[in-house]
Write a new protein. Structure first.
Length: 185
């Protein structure tokens, strides 16, 4: 892949990840793209990026249980060859995720920025350019993010999410009530 072929959502994710350090927003960007089932061959990569952003969000807020669980999952799901094609050193990324999960599991766990090993200069350039367009400084330390970013989930409008979950629960309940096709009531 070249920088021109990288999905805009991926570039936007990286710009937010390194610029605003708004990991909640990173999660939202990539989750929307993942749900579109865009570039299905990379579906697992998008999911790993979502998990990394959520891990960063949890660790910065001191939710170590959630951060460790998701980081361990991301570490097992990261497919080095696919990430290599996405301009990231896949082997280095997989090792970084495993090492971070172990570090966080030990005593004295502390938040730290996890820098993704971007190796394609064209991707890096596109993400830096997008970061500047958004008015951010590349490499902003995540510990310096404002309280509104650190606790983003407390201020968002969850009405749509709550409604979608209720509809999903309603459908599941309904499917349990219906007899299987061809069965006798």
């Amino acid at each position: 892949m070249s920088a021109i072929e990288y999905p805009q959502a991926y570039i936007d994710f990286l710009a937010e990840y390194y610029g605003s350090r708004d990991y909640f927003e990173c999660h939202e960007i990539m989750e929307e793209y993942w749900k579109e089932d865009a570039l299905p061959a990379y579906r697992t990569c998008w999911l790993v990026l979502i998990r990394i952003a959520v891990c960063q969000y949890h660790s910065r807020r001191g939710n170590w249980g959630g951060a460790i669980k998701l980081m361990s999952k991301a570490a097992t799901e990261a497919e080095p060859a696919l990430f290599d094609r996405l301009g990231v050193d896949g082997g280095q990324l997989a090792e970084l995720l495993k090492r971070t999960a172990l570090e966080w599991s030990g005593p004295g766990a502390a938040y730290r920025d996890i820098d993704l090993p971007i190796r394609d200069e064209r991707l890096l350039s596109a993400a830096r350019r997008r970061c500047a367009e958004l008015g951010y400084t590349w490499g902003l330390p995540g510990a310096r993010a404002g309280e509104d970013i650190i606790h983003r989930h407390l201020t968002r409008d969850r009405e749509e999410v709550v409604a979608a979950r209720a509809e999903s629960a309603r459908r599941k309940a309904l499917s349990r009530e219906l007899p299987e096709p061809g069965s006798r009531p």
